[in-house]
Design a protein around this ligand. Structure first.
Ligand code: FES
Length: 452
């Protein structure tokens, strides 16, 4: 389909002249909302639609410069002077409209129409005969599609947990689900998240049909990046470029009557014990693993400090667990927060999952999506660059812990205590003391800067 340029808002000369400096919210006659930013005779414009989930922007009263708008849904912020989102920082650019001024002083906002020509030009709809195509919901995102005598299965997560031990299947799959997966002509896995690419499930598959064709998209980080270390042996994985997607089905939310709630009889311990085996690894006997791990991770030159705290299952700080700071500006590991202005995250992590992630070089999805950590942030900003790195850009091979164990200094006889306890709180009163102490340090620094 041809792509045309369409006028979405037109202002006559007077209305254009009356546009104030800075931000103007405007509505077209057909009810669509726009944001226009004026700096003298220069204009920029976009739809009033947040890139996150389509929320509406309003003026950001915290921005004294009058360049920022705030989304009313989840507080993302957009600098309209640059069309760059400032919360999350370093993240997205807003799609701009073309601003055209005419000689008579009027102004038009132009948009490509349609923006995605392929979405407006689907193949002609073909009638299906009854029973020609059937789609069966199995569980979670797993479905079976039968068409033209062929049987395909999508995103089979049929056993074991996902995201370390954070997610468990809610509904029991049909009794013959594994069998149906093994008989499939094709399996499609949409992405690498473990509720779609389930290694415990693929383990069952590979034992019976290692050569079943498994299709995945050609993504920047390979979907099967962890296959070699997973113990799963699939011999017929086909990596294909993504095509065109069309959403044609409503979500399935209710299972058929009689389906049992699965998680009530899961054997949690089998999986949790496996993860917790990481806790006693030799690697963690010496605190230098922290430097090795974050150097391997390769994220730095970013003004963010995190405090990582190992906890038990209930997110209570663990006696003898690690508790340390990482300053990503220069990738250092200070014992107290630096005095410069910086963003700060305090992250409590279940020790078994955290150490399993570290040992195997896994993505932090297991922690973050798996509800295996708790995070407080100051200020309340989502650090897009940081999370993108740790959730999808970590190196493909795990840290070389064998070399680390060979070359590290002789370990302490007892597990190394956390880095910070000498300086930071254990619990309760000392925590309060620490915060007061920190505030005092900052206050003294502020007074020093101001008066000297
Ligand atoms: S829709 Fe705008 S922040 Fe979520």
């Amino acid at each position: 389909m041809a792509q045309a340029c369409r006028t979405v808002l037109a202002l006559d000369a007077l209305a254009t002249q009356n546009l104030k400096e800075g931000i103007t919210f405007s509505r077209s006659s057909d009810g669509h909302c726009f944001i226009i930013y004026r700096q003298q005779d220069t204009f920029r414009a976009c739809r009033n639609q947040c890139k996150h989930q389509g929320g509406l922007f309003i003026a950001d009263i915290e921005d004294m410069g009058g360049r920022t708008v705030r989304c009313t849904k989840h507080n993302w912020k957009l600098n309209v002077a640059t069309m760059q989102y400032v919360n999350p920082p370093d993240s997205f650019l807003q799609d701009e409209l073309e601003v055209v001024r005419s000689a008579d002083g009027s102004l038009e906002l132009l948009e490509l129409d349609p923006p995605d020509p392929w979405a407006a030009d689907p193949r002609p709809v073909q009638d299906l005969q009854p029973g020609e195509v059937t789609l069966t919901y199995i569980t979670h995102a797993c479905m079976e599609l039968k068409a033209g005598g062929k049987r395909m299965m999508f995103d089979p997560w049929l056993t074991g947990p996902a995201f370390a031990r954070g997610w468990w299947l809610l509904h029991e799959p049909p009794e013959d689900a594994v069998e149906r997966m093994c008989r499939a002509d094709l399996i499609y896995i949409s992405h690498m998240h473990s509720d779609h690419l389930s290694y415990p499930t693929l383990q069952l598959l590979s034992q019976k049909r290692p050569d079943v064709p498994v299709y995945v998209g050609d993504t920047s980080r390979p979907v099967f990046w962890y296959l070699d270390r997973s113990g799963v042996n699939l011999t017929n994985i086909k990596v294909v470029p993504f095509g065109i997607w069309q959403n044609t089905l409503d979500a399935v939310t209710d299972p058929p009557a009689g389906v049992r709630v699965f998680k009530e009889f899961w054997e949690f311990d089998v999986y949790v014990d496996k993860l917790n085996a990481s806790v006693s690894s030799e690697v963690f006997k010496d605190e230098s693993w922290i430097r090795v791990y974050y150097s391997w991770a390769g994220f730095q030159n970013y003004n963010l400090v995190i405090r990582m705290i190992e906890t038990d299952d209930d997110f209570q700080r663990l006696d003898g667990g690690y508790d340390y700071l990482v300053d990503f500006l220069d990738l250092s590991f200070p014992s107290v927060r630096p005095q410069r202005e910086h963003s700060y995250l305090e992250i409590q992590n279940r020790v078994g999952v955290m150490r399993n992630v570290v040992l195997n070089g896994l993505l932090w999805d297991d922690l973050y999506i798996g509800f295996n950590n708790r995070i407080s942030r100051d200020p309340d900003i989502y650090h897009h660059r940081f999370w993108t790195h740790f959730q999808s850009e970590l190196p493909l091979s795990a840290p070389d812990w064998n070399t680390f164990l060979r070359e590290r200094p002789a370990p302490n006889p007892a597990p190394t205590p956390a880095l910070l306890p000498a300086l930071l709180p254990q619990q309760g009163h000392s925590s309060l003391f620490f915060h007061f102490w920190l505030k005092l340090v900052r206050w003294v620094e502020w007074v020093r800067r101001y008066f000297w």
